[in-house]
Structures are given as structure tokens and as C-alpha cells.
Design a binder for this molecule. Structure first.
Ligand SMILES: Nc1ncnc2c1ncn2[C@@H]1O[C@H](COP(=O)(O)OP(=O)(O)OP(=O)(O)O)[C@@H](O)[C@H]1O
Length: 421
């Protein structure tokens, strides 16, 4: 059900991490001469790939407009889909081992949801009860899929009820809906928003997922929610997201490619742990073919986060998520959105602007102004930007796999904490 292209560089991903990872060129020691030698190494590595990165970016307004032409969601200004006639571009199996990887990923969801085990179907009465008949007071958001309500099931479980908009289920949410949701409901990881089930009733299509109470990462970066996120929290969030995506990429028989990694799809708990939302939903809301081995016929994602190689080739791989993750890393350290249309031209594409500053030796100038320009923050910033630079390499084969991203971030956090102590 999910797109995958065989790519030998992708298949190295093992089932689980072992931390701390072994030292590597990307793990910087901060104990000796860290300030200058570490930075020089970061900058040297950055320069070698920066040219590639800068070349791959298309300035806003110059993008291939066909990718904006048919919003699959019909409403979002920057979430879009376009079709192609590519066929057989990806396959869904590559001899992966069977059985859900568990290890540190396989944390059981701490849900108290008491529905019959394995049951993913909800009744309309349950949904009406949970949402008080879709009370406007319980509306928590509106996205490309439809309207989101906070709800409470009879057993007390808090849920987010995602009600598809009519324009979507008319065209796209046909027979596939049920099997896709049943498959998604089996995916469990502490850093993924749990999918509880669905309702297909008349022309209603509803998805019921775990309720995550503390808003989106974007809202936190905008300081709409809570206080300013410290760099340590941002690193924790980046690691949580990297773990979640690694899990998806190494999932049982087939990789699950998220396709829409972005800050508004990262939800935060009260303790500022991240949960990645909407994995697999992009496909639900877009593909019209059903029952066939997945063929990527539509480009889906959000402007600013989209892998340029995917845009060119329509071939979707895990490395497309890695690209989006690189953009997310830049967003985390700068606080800016990937595209900031109101800024002067050279600052509009945030990743291009930030990485240029980094390679010119002025990384500190892109640090989110809400964060202190301390030595520790400056060094962590450079290391995060170096990783981001690798993730957004225009050639997917040069991007690290997600597991590697998690390891590098883990080392950055370790060094950062040592420096603060
Ligand atoms: N599981 C959830 N728990 C709590 N709030 C949620 C949950 N899912 C979504 N929301 C809220 O609803 C809003 C809309 O979510 P939705 O996933 O439909 O759209 P989006 O991710 O913002 O945009 P897009 O559809 O373009 O990806 C979110 O921004 C968030 O505030």
C-alpha cells in the first residue's frame, strides 16, 4: 500500500538502534578543542555539499507550476498533488523481514482505549457521542483532510476525530479507505499518533486517532503555545521525529513513507515529546487506484518540504522523507517556516538562506532570535545545520538514512548536554 523503490543505500537500516552509537565523523567531541576544530570540520563538510544543495533549490515563484495545479485536498494553499503517468515506479516489498520491529520502537501505546481488541470500526452513534454531535466547541483544527474535533469515547479515551470534507470522499475515499485504516491501526510507536479506527457511514468518512493535547510544533515555534522551546527541547523533538520515521521506514514487509513531514504534522505532548501525525493519510486522500501494488502516480506533500528528486521523477522513496526532515531541522533551529514569502528574496527559502549563512561561517545569525546566542547553542546549531544540509542533498543517494539522522542527533544532544553541565 505504500510506495517504495529499491535502493541499495536504503536497505542497510537495521531493526533497531543501539545507543550510544559508535563514534563517527559526524559525532563531534566537545571535550578537546571542540570550539574551533569542531566548527571547522562542520564548515568544511558543509562547503563540500553546499553547492549541490543551493543548486537544487528553486526560488519561490520559479517552481514547476504543474505541482501546484491540483490540490488533492482542494483547499490547502500549500499542500498539493499532481498527477503523472509514471507506472511501476515503485514496489512495495523488498524481502524485508516479517513481523513488526519492536526493540526501542515497539513501545506499546499507553492508551486506555477499551474497544474490542483488533476492532477499528466505530459506529456513528459512538462518534456523535464522542464529539457531542460535532460540536463547534470541540473543533480543534482544520486541515487538508477535513475538520478535526476533540472527542471522548465511552471508556474515557480522548481522541481526535478527523472528519473528511465532502470534496474528498466524493472522489477519493472509496473502498480503499477501510483497508488502509485497518493497516494503519496496526502501526504502533510512542512517537507516532496512534490510529484507532474509522467510520464509513453513508457519505461520511471519519478517522479516529489518539488525541495529542499540546498543539503542533509549528504553534510552539510561533510561540502561540507554551513558552519558547529551548534548543534542548528542539533536539529532543528532532530525535523523536527521527525515531518515528525510522520506524515507519523499517516497518514489516514494506516501508511506510510518510510523504508529508512538516511542523504542523508534529504534535506535542504536555512533556514536549513529539508524535508524528498523518502518516499514510496522504495516500488515502489522493490515490484513486486501488488494489494494486503501489504505483506513485501523484506528487503529494507540502510546498517547501518536497523532495526535488521526487518532483522530477515521481519516484517516492524513504529519502523523500529524509529531505523533508532536513527542512524540518532548519525550521527547528531558525524558527522560520520553510518558505517565508514576505521576506526579501534571498531569505525567502529558509533552508537556502540558512545553509548559505552556515557555509559562509555565519551560522549564528540564523539562530531563532528567541534562543540565546551562547557557545553551546552556536555549536549545536552548526552540527544540526550540517545534518540538514546532508538531508536536503539534491541527490537522494547522498542523503543519510533516517536511522543515521537519529544517531547524529543523539550525539549532538549528548555533546550539547555535556557542554551545558
Ligand atoms: N491527533 C490530534 N490531536 C490533537 N489535535 C490534532 C490532532 N490531529 C490534528 N489536530 C489539530 O487539527 C489541526 C488540523 O490537523 P490536520 O492533520 O487535519 O491538518 P494539518 O496537518 O494542519 O494540515 P494538512 O492537512 O495540510 O496536513 C492540527 O493543526 C492540530 O491543531
Amino acid at each position: 500500500m505504500y510506495g517504495r523503490r529499491k535502493d541499495s543505500s536504503d536497505i542497510r537500516t537495521p531493526d533497531r538502534f543501539s545507543y550510544p552509537p559508535s563514534p563517527s565523523p559526524s559525532s563531534y567531541s566537545t571535550s578537546s578543542g571542540r570550539s574551533t576544530s569542531g566548527r571547522n570540520r562542520v564548515k568544511g563538510a558543509a562547503r563540500s555539499v553546499a553547492g549541490v544543495f543551493v543548486a537544487c533549490f528553486t526560488p519561490p515563484g520559479e517552481e514547476d507550476t504543474r505541482h501546484h495545479s491540483s490540490s488533492v485536498y482542494g483547499g490547502g494553499s500549500d499542500t498539493f498533488s499532481s498527477t503523472s503517468d509514471v507506472s511501476g515506479a515503485s514496489d512495495s516489498t523488498d524481502g524485508r523481514r516479517r513481523g513488526t520491529p519492536r526493540g526501542i520502537y515497539g513501545t506499546r501505546n499507553d492508551s486506555t482505549h477499551l474497544k474490542e481488541p483488533g476492532s477499528t470500526k466505530f459506529t456513528i452513534a459512538e462518534i456523535h457521542h464522542a464529539t457531542k454531535n460535532f460540536s463547534p466547541a470541540l473543533k480543534v483544527g482544520q486541515g487538508g483532510f477535513g475538520t478535526v474535533y476533540k472527542g471522548q469515547l465511552q471508556d474515557g479515551t480522548l481522541v481526535a476525530v478527523k472528519r473528511a470534507k465532502k470534496s474528498l470522499y466524493d472522489k477519493n475515499l472509496g473502498g480503499e479507505f477501510q483497508s488502509e485504516i485497518q493497516a494503519l491501526s496496526k502501526v504502533e510507536h510512542l512517537n507516532l499518533v496512534k490510529c484507532y479506527g474509522y467510520l464509513q457511514h453513508g457519505d461520511e468518512r471519519i478517522i479516529v486517532v489518539e488525541y495529542v493535547p499540546n498543539g503542533t510544533l509549528r504553534e510552539h515555534l510561533d510561540c502561540i503555545k507554551g513558552s519558547v522551546l529551548s534548543l534542548a527541547s528542539r533536539l529532543d523533538i528532532a530525535i523523536d521525529v527521527a525515531h518515528a520515521i525510522t520506524y515507519l521506514h523499517t516497518y514489516t514487509d514494506h516501508a511506510i513513507i510518510h510523504r508529508d513531514i512538516k511542523s504542523s504534522n508534529i504534535l506535542l505532548t504536555e512533556k514536549l515529546r513529539a508524535k508524528v501525525a498523518d502518516f499514510g493519510f496522504a495516500r488515502l486522500a489522493a490515490d484513486e487506484e486501488s488494489g494494486q501494488t503501489h504505483v506513485s502516480t501523484q506528487v503529494k506533500g507540502t510546498a517547501g518540504y518536497l523532495d526535488p528528486e521526487y518532483l522530477r521523477t515521481y519516484q517516492l522513496t524513504e529519502k523523500s522523507d529524509v529531505y523533508s526532515f532536513g527542512i524540518l531541522l532548519v525550521e527547528l533551529v531558525t524558527g522560520r517556516r520553510p518558505i517565508e514569502a514576505k521576506r526579501e528574496l534571498k531569505e525567502r527559502v529558509t533552508a537556502r538562506w540558512a545553509i548559505k549563512k552556515f557555509t559562509d561561517g555565519h551560522a549564528i545569525t540564523v539562530l531563532d532570535p528567541n534562543l540565546e546566542k551562547s557557545d553551546a547553542n552556536g555549536l549545536a546549531l552548526e552540527k544540526i545545520l550540517e545534518l540538514a544540509l546532508q538531508c536536503v542533498n539534491s541527490h537522494r543517494r547522498n542523503r543519510p538514512i533516517m536511522r543515521r539522522c537519529a544517531e547524529v542527533l543523539w550525539n549532538i544532544r549528548k555533546d550539547y548536554k555535556e557542554l551545558l553541565d
